[in-house]
Design a protein around this ligand. Structure first.
Ligand SMILES: NC(=O)C1=CN([C@@H]2O[C@H](COP(=O)(O)OP(=O)(O)OC[C@H]3O[C@@H](n4cnc5c(N)ncnc54)[C@H](OP(=O)(O)O)[C@@H]3O)[C@@H](O)[C@H]2O)C=CC1
Ligand SMILES: CC(=O)N[C@@H](CCC(=O)OP(=O)(O)O)C(=O)O
Length: 310
């Protein structure tokens, strides 16, 4: 019998994209509730407890409630796409490529916390450098990023696409998270293996899907002898043996005049680049992804497939 999957929040931005990715799949059975009943707690509880894998695509509070609804039912495994459980040690962190053991941890887990979109890029860059001893304790890491506006869910999509609203956003590009206390900072610190919280400056551009995450570094403050080439080699070694996170060869990235935030829109992969001038003292590490692809729905489906393969 095909495993049953219930997407709680299936009519929201992340949920819909997961449904699209599952369309036509015969190896899973999708359980569903009508859109008008999406907040019917009794129906949701029933569906959640009928599923083999429940994928929660809800705000944090609703995710916590849903997790509670299935807590006593060991037949149900859970993937949560919210921020609620990402730094909870009882939940496996759903970034399969972040180290060599992570895919096995996800396969075996009952509870998987899907990573945030920005942290996927930031951790994808930072963690390999911490693991290789290149990025020392105390380094003041900064993370600067731009996301497509679907990152803000139904609310922000409406604010940008419907300019007649009182709360419409007309800016073509805006910074936010100005208090430097964005909800993704703890996740970046813990799964990035950092001893100091990074300064995180997010922004949104007037395009629906896509994301650039930048981590600029001073080579003089890294492990002795670190060069642009050795950072690139460490990333290549870290991501060897899989196809979802790729490290762009230096001879290719050197020729690029610019990076397009929407290049990977609609894709579930992530590209990493090492920019800078050979022999100079600074590098800029860049992750390119789709906030709704490897940054959310694509990663959720990848995690579901790992869990079903166990
Ligand atoms: N968008 C993105 O790029 C990313 C999103 N995420 C995370 O995914 C989760 C979902 O976000 P997103 O899809 O963008 O948000 P949306 O606002 O687009 O969708 C959320 C859905 O959940 C429903 N919902 C809200 N509260 C409840 C509740 N109490 N009970 C049942 N259903 C409820 C909403 O219904 P209603 O229409 O009635 O409000 C809506 O259908 C969030 O935790 C977000 O942080 C993670 C990574 C990236
Ligand atoms: C553009 C935008 O608003 N992005 C959201 C993050 C994306 C999201 O909601 O996902 P998480 O579950 O990973 O938090 C934000 O900054 O709150």
């Amino acid at each position: 019998m095909a495993p049953k999957i219930f997407i709680d929040g299936e009519h929201g931005t992340t949920g819909l994209q997961i449904r699209t990715r599952m369309a036509g799949r015969r190896d899973v059975e999708l359980l569903s509730i009508p859109e008008a009943e999406r907040r019917n707690a009794a129906m949701r509880e029933d569906m959640l407890n009928s599923a083999d894998v429940a994928i929660l695509c809800l705000p944090d509070d609703a995710s916590k409630e849903a997790a509670q609804m299935v807590a006593g039912n060991n037949n149900v495994r859970v993937i949560d796409t919210s921020t609620a459980f990402r730094v909870n040690p009882s939940w496996a962190y759903g970034f399969a490529e972040m180290d060599k053991q992570q895919a096995e941890k996800i396969k075996a887990a009952r509870f998987v916390a899907n990573p945030g979109c920005y942290p996927t890029g930031a951790i994808g860059i930072i963690r390999p450098l911490r693991a290789a001893g290149i990025l020392p304790d105390g380094y003041p890491v900064t993370v600067n990023a731009v996301s497509g506006y679907t990152g803000g869910g139904k609310q922000m999509i409406a604010q940008i696409e419907d300019q007649s609203r009182d709360d419409a956003i007309s800016a073509p590009h805006f910074l936010y998270g100005l208090t430097l206390t964005h909800k993704h900072v703890p996740e970046m610190k813990i799964h990035g293996l950092l001893d100091r919280a990074p300064i995180f400056s997010p922004s949104v551009g007037k395009f629906p899907q896509g994301m650039i995450v930048q981590v600029p570094l001073h080579l003089d403050d890294l492990a002795e002898g670190t060069t642009l080439e050795s950072i690139h080699a460490a990333l290549v070694a870290h991501y060897a043996g899989q196809e979802i996170v790729t490290v762009v060869p230096l001879d290719e990235s050197r020729k690029l005049p610019r990076i397009d935030a929407v290049e990977l829109a609609g894709k579930d992969t992530m590209k990493l680049f090492v920019f800078g001038t050979p022999g100079a003292s600074q590098v800029n590490l860049v992750a390119l992804l789709d906030n709704l692809g490897k940054g959310a729905s694509g990663a959720a489906v990848q995690n579901m497939d790992l869990m079903l393969a166990s």
